[in-house]
Design a binder for this molecule. Structure first.
Ligand code: SAJ
Length: 466
């Protein structure tokens, strides 16, 4: 068994021995889309894991050995056995978990508020509680996405003042930002290397060994927590900016009668081109918020990342572009948005995901409703559920029946093989079709009798397109 000293006082090789013998207790705080798989994967690897969440329903669900994330393949399986074997248990009681933990992994949400200011209240609250309850020698690992410097300048002082312990010598502190793709989290946690930065080398080596030994995952060590957080933000902001560039090109090419998808396919024949696609905008818990973590740190440090900020503005303007495309397509068949019945196919922020967090389809629906449209929503991930105040339909046919216009909002697999001729028969002919995710062939849409618009594709009024 571990000597009475804490994890941080162990020699690295002794700590590694404890991990190999699965003599380690881990507390994960936050049992959401990242925290739950994290807790389950460490427990499935043999660690004793106590998951803590403030939501009693979440705790009950985990202790039943179930995953509430229907869109995370394999997660149910990963959870079931450790719960049955008693290696994973969940609780709302921080005081029954943190004092026992060698490692405390923080996986709570870090949204931005309506002024686009990062809201770290969940992290602050979790770390305050951890500080009060942590045992000397334990190690705190921040997996939540925060701005570079937040761990060193906000979290560290909270942990020191609440615990009376000194960071680096009496407790450890590291950043290991989550890098998983919602909808593929279990797979990603087994394959995507983890980037870790810690308060000192000894802590870094111990935390790296924890992930390498238990999760059998590659670890990439960086200088400090702020560098690890900078890596995470660089990955996501690179993506957001490139999507914004694709959207910017799309807005120009539409007016020039050029098909952006054709351009991107041709560009992709060049070895160093990284395709990103135009669409209705950028949604989800990550990309729409992450930029503001960097912006807020940049403002404090005296440099405003204007390209990152402009990219957010471009992406956030795409929903209104889809509303104007809808108006154009309806006008082409002598109709207006006001009084039209519009079938919305897909509201999730990305395919095969049951999540509408910051989905760009919400402002599309709000915009169309504000202009007097009557909406019928169908999304295979939300059949017959309440979304944006609407009770959604249970099939494409139900939503499209009698519609004056169809708006394709999410590229779910179910929508990739639609029978457009059948849909046209269901609509209130003549009908319009607006493809906000570029999965419909303009040629097929026209041949089925729709007036057609799509983000980044030439207006097809009166002409057959490929
Ligand atoms: N999107 C576009 N055009 C594109 C790609 C995406 O409009 O070319 C839109 C999507 O429709 C969606 C939004 O952007 O609305 C975000 O898409 P995403 O594929 O980035 O999905 P997320 O938000 O789930 O991103 C997560 C991120 N992972 C983490 O933050 C740990 C991101 O870094 C990953 O690249 C992504 O998963 C992934 O695919 O792995």
């Amino acid at each position: 068994m571990m000597s009475k000293e804490g994890m941080l006082q162990q020699k690295v090789e002794d700590a590694k021995g404890l991990f190999k013998d699965r003599k380690v207790t881990i507390c994960t705080i936050g049992l959401g889309r990242i925290g739950l798989p994290t807790a389950a994967m460490f427990a499935a690897a043999g660690a004793n894991v106590i998951g803590v969440d403030i939501n009693p329903e979440v705790v009950v669900n985990v202790n039943e050995g179930k995953s509430r994330f229907v869109d995370e393949p394999g997660l149910d399986k990963v959870i079931e056995e450790p719960v049955r074997l008693g290696k994973l248990r969940a609780t709302t009681d921080f005081s029954s978990a943190i004092p026992k933990a060698d490692f405390i992994i923080i996986c709570v949400p870090t949204p931005v508020d309506h002024t686009k200011t990062p809201n770290y209240s969940a992290v602050i609250s979790a770390c305050s509680t951890v500080g009060k309850l942590i045992k000397p020698g334990s190690v705190v690992i921040i997996e939540s996405t925060v701005g570079p410097g937040t761990v060193e300048n906000l979290i560290l002082p909270i942990l020191e003042s609440e615990s009376g312990l000194r960071a680096g010598s009496e407790f450890g502190l590291a950043s290991c930002p989550e890098r998983s793709d919602p909808g593929n989290i279990v797979m990603n946690m087994k394959t995507v290397p983890r980037v870790i930065g810690a308060i000192n080398q000894h802590c870094l080596d111990i935390v790296a060994d924890l992930y390498e030994t238990l999760l059998n995952i590659k670890v990439y060590k960086v200088n400090d927590p702020k560098t690890a957080n900078a890596v995470k933000l660089t990955e996501n902001l690179f993506r957001d900016v490139n999507i914004a560039l694709a959207n910017e090109f799309a807005l120009v090419f539409e007016k020039l009668g050029i098909d952006s998808l054709e351009v991107i396919k041709a560009c992709a024949t060049k070895y160093n081109f990284m395709p990103h696609y135009p669409g209705v905008g950028v949604g989800g818990p990550c990309l729409p918020s992450n930029s503001y973590y960097l912006i807020s740190e940049g403002v404090k440090a005296g440099h405003i990342p204007s390209l990152v900020r402009m990219a957010r503005e471009i992406n956030d303007r795409m929903p209104e572009h889809v509303v104007s495309l809808t108006s154009e397509a309806l006008n082409e068949v002598g109709k207006t948005i006001r009084g039209s019945k519009i079938a919305i196919l897909g509201v999730a922020y990305k395919p095969e995901i049951k999540d509408v967090q910051l989905t760009p389809m919400e402002p599309v629906c709000n915009g169309l409703a504000r202009l007097g449209a009557v909406l019928d929503i169908y999304d295979p991930m939300f059949p017959g559920e309440n979304v944006f105040g609407y009770t959604t339909r249970r099939s494409v046919a139900q939503a499209v029946n009698g519609a004056d216009c169809i708006v394709m909002g999410t590229a779910h697999k179910e929508f990739l093989q639609l029978d457009l001729k059948l849909l046209a028969q269901l609509t209130e002919s003549p009908a319009a079709f607006v493809d906000a995710r570029n999965i419909i062939s303009p040629k097929d849409a026209l041949a089925s009798g729709f007036s057609f618009r799509a983000v980044g594709r030439p207006s097809t009024s009166g002409s057959a397109q490929a």
